[in-house]
Write a protein of this length. Structure first.
Length: 275
C-alpha cells in the first residue's frame, strides 16, 4: 500500500473509530489534516490498550505494555516488530487501530514526527500509571493529573502542531484547559456507566456532581480564551466544533438531559461551518 492509499485507509479507520473527531479533522488543510489524523489514530491506539476490559488484560499487564510502548515511541525509528511483540499477549483482543500503530506513524508528515510521537509516548506512560492504580481519583490534584494525561496534553500537542504548520502561538495552560474541558464533559456523560461497568470513579472524594460541573465550566472558559489566539479559519473551525458540542452537551446535562440529540449535533455542525 503506497502512502496515498494508506492515508485514504487511515481516514476510513478514523471515521469508523470516531465520527465526532473525523468531521473537524476534515476542516484542516492537507498537511495539518494528515498530522492531526495520524496523531488521533495513534492516541486512540494507546487508549484502546488502556480501555480494554477483557478478563485476560489485567491492569498490571496494561501498565507493563503501555510503559514499553512509551519507551518504544521515544526511539528515533519505530520498531514495529518489537511493538507487535509487546502486544502479543493481547493481540486477539485489540482493534485494528491499535494493531496498526506503525502505519499511522509512517504517515506523520516530515517535521511533525517528534511532536506527535513525544505526545503519544507521554500519554502511554501516564495512562499506564493510571491503569496500575485502577483509575482511582481521590483528590482534585488526581483529577488534574488524569485529565492532563488523557486530554490536556492533546491540547498542548495540537498547539505545537499549529505553531509548526501555521506559526500560531497559543498559551500552554489554556491549551490544557481546552483538552481538559472536553474530557470533563465526557466524564460527566459517562459517570454512571464508568462506575457500574468498570467500578471506576473520576470524581474526587467529597465532590458532588455540581462540583464536577463547575470544574468543567472553569476549563471550558479557558478553552474559550484559547480560541482567541487562533486566527486561521481552518484551525479555528477544527477547534470550534468540539468546543461548541462540549458547551451544548454540558448545558443539556445540567438541564437533566443525558446528551444532545442527533439533530442538535447536526445543527451545531452546520452552525459552526456557517459562522
Amino acid at each position: 500500500m503506497n502512502d496515498k492509499e494508506l492515508l485514504k485507509d487511515a481516514m476510513r479507520v478514523l471515521k469508523e473509530t470516531s465520527r465526532t473527531f473525523y468531521i473537524p479533522i476534515t476542516f484542516l488543510q492537507k498537511e495539518l489534516k494528515t498530522a492531526v489524523a495520524t496523531a488521533y489514530l495513534m492516541m486512540r491506539a494507546i487508549d484502546e490498550i488502556e480501555d480494554n476490559e477483557h478478563a485476560e488484560v489485567s491492569n498490571e499487564l496494561k501498565y507493563a505494555m503501555l510503559a514499553d510502548v512509551s519507551v518504544l515511541l521515544k526511539e528515533k525509528t519505530f520498531n514495529e516488530e518489537k511493538y507487535l511483540e509487546i502486544l502479543r499477549p493481547v493481540k486477539d483482543f485489540m482493534p485494528e487501530v491499535t494493531l496498526r500503530l506503525a502505519d499511522w506513524i509512517r504517515l506523520i508528515p516530515a517535521g511533525a514526527e517528534q511532536i506527535v510521537k513525544d505526545a503519544t509516548s507521554e500519554m502511554a506512560d501516564g495512562m499506564g500509571k493510571w491503569s496500575k492504580s485502577n483509575f482511582q481519583v481521590r483528590t482534585k490534584e488526581d483529577l488534574d493529573e488524569y485529565t492532563y494525561y488523557v486530554a490536556g496534553l492533546v491540547g498542548v500537542m495540537l498547539s505545537e502542531l499549529w505553531e509548526w504548520n501555521a506559526g500560531i502561538k497559543t498559551d500552554r495552560e489554556l491549551a490544557i484547559g481546552y483538552g481538559r474541558g472536553l474530557q470533563l464533559v465526557n466524564i460527566l456523560r459517562n459517570q454512571q456507566e464508568d462506575m457500574e461497568e468498570r467500578g471506576v470513579s473520576f470524581v474526587p472524594e467529597g465532590w458532588t456532581r455540581n462540583d464536577l460541573f463547575a470544574y468543567a465550566e472553569e476549563n471550558l472558559e479557558k478553552a474559550d480564551l484559547y480560541m482567541k489566539d487562533i486566527h486561521k479559519r481552518s484551525i479555528l473551525l477544527f477547534c470550534r466544533l468540539p468546543l461548541a458540542l462540549a458547551h451544548k452537551t454540558l448545558k443539556a446535562m445540567k438541564n437533566g438531559q443525558e446528551k444532545m440529540t442527533r439533530e442538535e449535533v447536526e445543527r451545531t455542525v452546520k452552525e459552526v461551518q456557517a459562522d
